[in-house]
Design a protein around this ligand. Structure first.
Ligand SMILES: [Zn+2]
Length: 268
């Protein structure tokens, strides 16, 4: 029997080769546990057309699959693959209304050879595009929250967005929320030692939270040895409601509504 939940995986790299050969199965499994919508962030220009194609195909087979929504961007962990002309290509896609958000973009100072300046420049170019086309952004931020917040204050994005796999402090969480952002919670919540994050997930306003898998990355604690998959957003949802006082149905409804609000998918 199919679940009557309506969950939204706000961050899943379904276009990655890790899903080749079992993508359909991954989608059907996700749908059967109540995942009805998935947002696919783009990471490099090489994969954008494939990602867009995936989203288009799936939208024609809604009965058995979750709906897939596209975002396009250049990820800070793949600096070596980005070229100046990719920014022009991104602009063309955005001008054509092909993406619902600009992402995955951001700052990652955790990677050892990070060129901080190049990352910052690429981020700013893409924030400008988000502003120009009035789109929300999907942010990847590791060890760089203060610099990101400083940048966002300067850019004043009209649509905000999502800070995916949020890993900052409580204070930083509130500043993002004040700037119009939702915070993404994923597999890390399933680890009992993630006490700081679990505390945040238990106490932040539900209106500011979205669920995500980041599949095939960020495996949950019970499945550390295998690639993550979109159906696991159901497990993340279960961890979240075990931490909170609201009814599970309310948590499902609100977290899904939050992603839909960010993407302006407000037709019920
Ligand atoms: Zn990602």
């Amino acid at each position: 029997m199919e679940s009557d939940l309506d969950l939204f995986d706000s961050h899943c790299h379904l276009d990655f080769a890790a899903f080749d050969g079992w993508r359909d199965q991954a989608l059907r499994n996700a749908r059967s546990v109540g995942v009805r919508q998935i947002l696919l962030p783009g990471v490099t220009a090489q994969y954008w057309s494939r990602l867009l194609q995936l989203c288009q195909l799936q939208s024609q087979a809604y009965e058995h699959y979750p709906l897939l929504y596209p975002a396009l961007g250049m990820h800070p962990c793949f600096m070596a693959e980005h070229r100046p002309e990719h920014l022009e290509l991104l602009q063309q896609h955005l001008a054509g209304g092909e993406a619902l958000a600009v992402g995955e973009i951001g700052l990652d100072f955790f990677i050892s050879d990070s060129d901080v300046q190049a990352q910052q420049l690429l981020l700013e170019r893409q924030l400008l595009l988000a502003k120009q086309y009035d789109l929300p952004v999907l942010l990847h931020v590791r060890k760089a929250h203060d610099q990101m917040l400083k940048t966002l204050r300067r850019f004043k994005l009209p649509r905000g967005g999502v800070v995916h796999a949020f890993s900052g402090s409580e204070q930083q969480a509130h500043i993002y929320i004040d700037l119009g952002f939702k915070l993404g919670f994923g597999g890390v919540l399933s680890y009992r030692r993630a006490t700081k994050l679990r505390h945040l997930a238990a106490t932040l306003p539900l209106e500011s939270m979205v669920l995500e898998t980041d599949a095939p990355d960020m495996p949950l604690s019970d499945w550390r040895e295998e690639p993550n998959r979109p159906e696991r957003v159901r497990d993340i949802f279960e961890v979240l409601y075990s931490l909170r006082s609201e009814a599970p149905e309310h948590i499902a409804r609100q977290t899904t509504a939050n992603v839909r609000e960010v993407l302006a998918l407000n037709i019920a």
